[in-house]
Structure formats: C-alpha cells, structure tokens
Design a protein around this ligand. Structure first.
Ligand SMILES: [Zn+2]
Length: 218
C-alpha cells in the first residue's frame, strides 16, 4: 500500500516537472501574470516597473488601442532608429481625447492614424501602442521610429510647461532605454516637410534648445 502511494506521488511530481519543462504549466495553472501581459502587448518596461526597477521613466498611463487596421495594425517594429515629435494640431484637446480618437478609428475608418505616446496639457503621458509595434504617425519613418504627439493650448502650437517637461523626460528616457542617439530625434517636418510640430518648425532655435535639454537629461 505504502509503495503504491509512493509510486502515485512520484508520478504526480514527474508529471508536474514535465508540464513546467514543456511550458504548459503557465497556460493550465495561469500563475504567470507576466506571460499573459506579454501576450496582451504590454511593454517590457511595465513589467520592469512591477519588478521595482527604477530607471527614471516618467509615469505612463498605458491604454493600448484595440488592434485594428486603422490605428493599431500590429505590424512589428523591428528596429527603433529614431523618435519623431509631433503636435496634435488641435488646440485645447486633451491626451485622452486624442487617444479616444485613435481608438474610434476602428469603427469610423476615416483615417489611418495613431501615435505611440500622447502627452497632455497636464504633462500626463498616455501610451497607445507598444514599442514592439509600428504606429501610423510619421509616414515613411513609421517602420523604424517611435512617435510622440503633444497637446497644445492654442493655435501657436507652443507646448505649455507641463507638456514640455514631460516631453523632455520621455524623450530622454526613450533614448536611454532603446540606446537611441539624440541626433536621431526628429520632427515630423524632417520626414515630410509638414508643418509639425508647428512651434518647433517655426522656431528653429527653440527646437535646438529642446534637443539640448534632452541631451542633458539623458
Ligand atoms: Zn505630425
């Protein structure tokens, strides 16, 4: 009897070991939140934050868009060679409003548009697309860049202090995290000639100041 029990026990232990080795354990037991999150496209740095790694990343409000062909096509971003800065061209609009516009494109289908990040008028940062996927923001450079859209209070396109500070912090952190040279921070204007971000196109000196602040913050 005791020998029989020992044999059953040993069989259970061996089965569990085989399950873990075959990678089935997480799927059956569901005890690995990280694996599930990764499947949902949550970024690596969100998991790092859970693990308590602090590398100076500004707070991100991660609200990933529902996958759809108009704003989140889930095309792999295979390499990140730069960061493209934009303005929303929508005075007074909020980061949440811009995020929700991208989200609704799955129903309206009126445009192909999105951005990895949107920075709001309070300096809040909403992440819409994981860094492992392309966004529809920067034309020919969608394939190898991250995009940041910035809200602005008025027609001048100038960012307020809160938005600007978050932009400096986020851009510097992305440069550190993905080992991007600040020489590869560009404006949408540098890709297509579009007047975007308006204030930094019309004030070249302010653009240079911004780049210098990012370099200092890296
Ligand atoms: Zn733009």
């Amino acid at each position: 009897m005791i020998i029989a029990l020992l044999l059953v026990g040993a069989a259970i232990v061996i089965s569990l070991i085989l399950l873990v080795l075959s990678g089935q354990y997480d799927k059956i037991v569901g005890s690995s939140p990280f694996a599930e999150k990764a499947d949902n496209g949550i970024d690596e740095w969100e998991r790092e934050e859970m693990d308590g790694i602090d590398d100076g990343r500004p707070p991100l409000d991660v609200q990933l868009l529902t996958p759809n062909k108009y704003s989140r096509p889930q095309i792999a971003l295979k390499e990140i060679n730069g960061i493209v800065i934009h303005y929303t061209a929508n005075p007074g609009a909020t980061a949440q409003g811009n995020h929700d516009y991208f989200e609704k494109l799955k129903d309206t289908g009126e445009a192909f548009a999105s951005s990895h990040f949107v920075i709001g008028l309070e300096g809040e940062i909403i992440q819409c697309i994981p860094s492992t996927e392309i966004s529809y923001a920067s034309n020919d450079r969608n394939v190898d860049t991250l995009s940041i859209e910035c809200c602005h209070p008025d027609e001048s396109g100038k960012f307020n202090d809160a938005t600007y500070q978050s932009l400096v912090e986020l851009t510097a952190w992305l440069c550190r995290h993905f080992e991007i040279s600040p020489d590869n921070i560009i404006r949408h204007y540098d890709v297509t000639g579009k007047i975007c971000p308006k204030y930094f196109v019309e004030h070249e000196d302010e653009w240079e100041n911004f780049l210098n602040e990012v370099r200092e913050a890296i």
